[in-house]
Design a protein around this ligand. Structure first.
Ligand code: CAA
Length: 380
């Protein structure tokens, strides 16, 4: 990987950083309190081109690469982890499979609306009984003439209530296990699509995770992504990229934890000195800084491989695993450095702590990342 960022990549990062500082910081605080979807932020991000960062310009995207995209998601996550995951699920999980694996007609139909933010995207893979074991799908898609009729339930779907477009996975041949799963691009105004409930979660309150239900939802045959039975591979390839987005989100939360700790430890006095003069605190700050940089390099390395069209399964799992654990450790230390104040809502570090946890769970738990990485290094 070329270790120097290009002017375009730095430009995207700096634009996102400015937006995060000037507007998103306050929205991040507010949507955590209100649990409201940050609609204003998402609209502004559409105008800035960040809902289509890596989509080609002919589809209304910004035409940038995955490295620029990872840098943008990190900046958003420093201010508001909810907004970062809304963008990541929309771009990596919903737009990418259409761009990378969909037909030309599908790209023309979906991508301009997604790049503009007219349609937010979601990724409907997880089911009540199929989380880590993603192949255990119960949702059924039955061919009927020129369409498929889909019935089933999906759980914890980020952007589910707001989505205009969805990538839906369903069994077309249940007897064939993971070879019987197919993937569909779905317009959510289709009759039969419904949002059952929105989960009440520990963190990322502005990003709504929904249970969805499909009741005789009819989807045209041309909305199949790839061939019938290729859906599990569509899901895995998509998650290779999605994990880069979540890794970037985790780097952002970890960096926010470090920045808050640097500020507080130079202001707060104990035993006649600022906290930052105590070696116990200095060591915590040093470890946080090392891990934030390491997590970012793992993330950008995975993004650069994806940009080069090279396999990145191992690297994106490594980035996601390390960055998520870094976010959790950094947020824990940030609360510790802030002491009793860190446990109150007056300081943002308690939010970082709650938001960090989910990065170890969604888009594959840390245990699943270790399975993927061990499979890759053992050559299984
Ligand atoms: N790319 C392409 N193909 C892949 C692949 C990849 N990265 N990983 C696996 N495959 C293929 C394999 O080659 C194999 O193909 P063949 O059968 O043709 O040989 C097939 O997929 C099955 O592979 P495995 O035997 O390894 O599959 P498995 O059932 O053991 O599962 C797993 C593997 C890694 C555990 C997978 O189930 C997994 O990733 N689970 C976690 C699911 C997950 O991340 N869910 C997150 C939901 S999305 C979310 O959180 C969204 C949100 O809203 C934020």
């Amino acid at each position: 990987m070329d270790l120097e960022l290009s002017a375009v990549q730095r430009g995207a990062r700096d634009t996102a950083r400015r937006f995060a500082r000037e507007k998103l910081e306050a929205i991040g605080v507010e949507c955590d309190r209100s649990h409201e979807f940050p609609a204003v932020a998402i609209k502004e991000l559409g105008k800035l081109g960040f809902l289509g960062t890596f989509l080609p310009e002919k589809f209304g995207g910004a035409g940038l690469d995955q490295v620029a995209y990872a840098l943008v998601v990190e900046e958003l996550a420093v201010a508001c982890a909810s907004t970062a995951v809304i963008v990541s699920a929309h771009c990596s999980l919903a737009s990418w499979p259409i761009l990378g694996l969909g037909s030309d007609a599908m790209k023309a139909r979906f991508l301009p609306k997604m790049a503009a933010g007219e349609w937010l995207g979601c990724f409907a893979l997880t089911e009540p009984q199929a989380g880590s074991d993603a192949a255990g799908q119960k949702t059924r898609a039955v061919r009927d003439g020129d369409s498929y009729v889909i019935n089933g339930t999906k759980n914890f779907i980020t952007n589910g209530p707001q989505a205009g477009a969805a990538i839906v996975f369903a069994m077309t041949a249940p007897e064939q296990g993971h070879h019987g799963i197919s993937a569909f691009a779905v317009e959510t105004q289709s009759p039969g699509w419904s949002v059952v409930r929105v989960e009440d979660k520990m963190g990322i309150h502005g990003a709504h995770s929904a249970q969805l239900s499909f009741s005789d939802m009819r989807v045209p045959r041309e909305n199949l992504i790839g061939a019938e039975g290729e859906g599990f591979k569509v899901a895995m390839k998509t998650l290779d990229g999605g994990r880069i987005g979540i890794a970037a989100q985790a780097v952002g939360i970890a960096r926010a934890s470090l920045e808050a700790s640097l500020k507080y430890s130079q202001e707060r006095q104990t035993f006649g000195h600022p906290l930052a003069r105590h070696q116990a605190i200095q060591f915590k700050l040093a470890d946080m800084a090392v891990n934030v940089d390491a997590a970012r390099w793992l993330t950008l390395n995975a993004a650069a491989l994806k940009d080069a069209g090279r396999p990145c399964t191992r690297e994106s799992a490594m980035a996601k695993l390390f960055a998520a654990e870094t976010a959790m450790k950094a947020a824990t230390e940030a609360v510790q450095i802030h002491g009793g104040y860190g446990y109150t809502r007056e300081f943002k570090v308690e939010r970082y702590f709650r938001d960090a946890k989910i990065t170890e769970i969604y888009e594959g738990t840390s245990e699943i990342q270790r399975l993927v990485i061990s499979g890759q290094v053992l050559g299984h």
